[in-house]
Design a protein around this ligand. Sequence first.
Ligand code: FE2
Length: 264
Amino acid sequence: MLKYLQKTFALLLTVVLLSTLLMACDTVTTAESETATASSTAAYSSLPVAYTDKELSASPAKLPPLPYDNTALSKAIDAETMKLHHDAHHAAYVNNLNDALKNFQNLQKRSVESLLRDLNSVPEDIRTKVRNNGGGHLNHTMFWQIMSPEGGGEPTGELAQEINTTFGSFDQFKQQFNQAGASRFGSGWVWLVRNPQGQLQITTTANQDNPIMEGSYPIMGNDVWEHAYYLRYRNRRGEYLNNWWNVVNWPEINKRSQLSLKQS
Ligand SMILES: [Fe+2]
């Protein structure tokens, strides 16, 4: 009888222990998936992209002036390219965006970031025009700011450490960024983004798409459309990508990285 009681007690104890263990595992798994889902959907949803302190207005969209002279970035980009790129290409994105939104006062009240984050809320007949030209306006507005005549060198502080941890070293980061930019088929952009999980990542987008359309925050990006380099570099996109580091504005990029950390 005593043996029977001992066996039953041991069996009960095993069942209780196993149930407790299974419940604990389930709690951990549920908590982790909820956190991951929350960070993917909520990440960067209210962060400005065009500037670090304000979103890009579409009522009406306006061409921002270049923050320097056309000749100022000649270490990487010639004056004629700068002039055409800003005064003709960027201006066209602005004009076309205004044209797309001209009959939609409710959409004009929203920022360009908000339109691109939720393209399904834009009527289908103007959606592609808003995507291409809103994206073009947003991407180029950021692009002019993340370059500077005093640019070049290497990042400092927290971003420098994070680049080293993520990519191995600054040189390896540059190499991977250039490789991604060179491999982007046709027209598009190469980016350093903070992804929805809060990690640094190199990505590319086609045409004028921006990483916010996929829930990532663009910390920096280089334009690899031929209009960005063809006059000086012809078909040598790799040479343009290499020289571009001479005008990269690290203080501004650091600011963008800090901003993205606040909401990752
Ligand atoms: Fe461009």
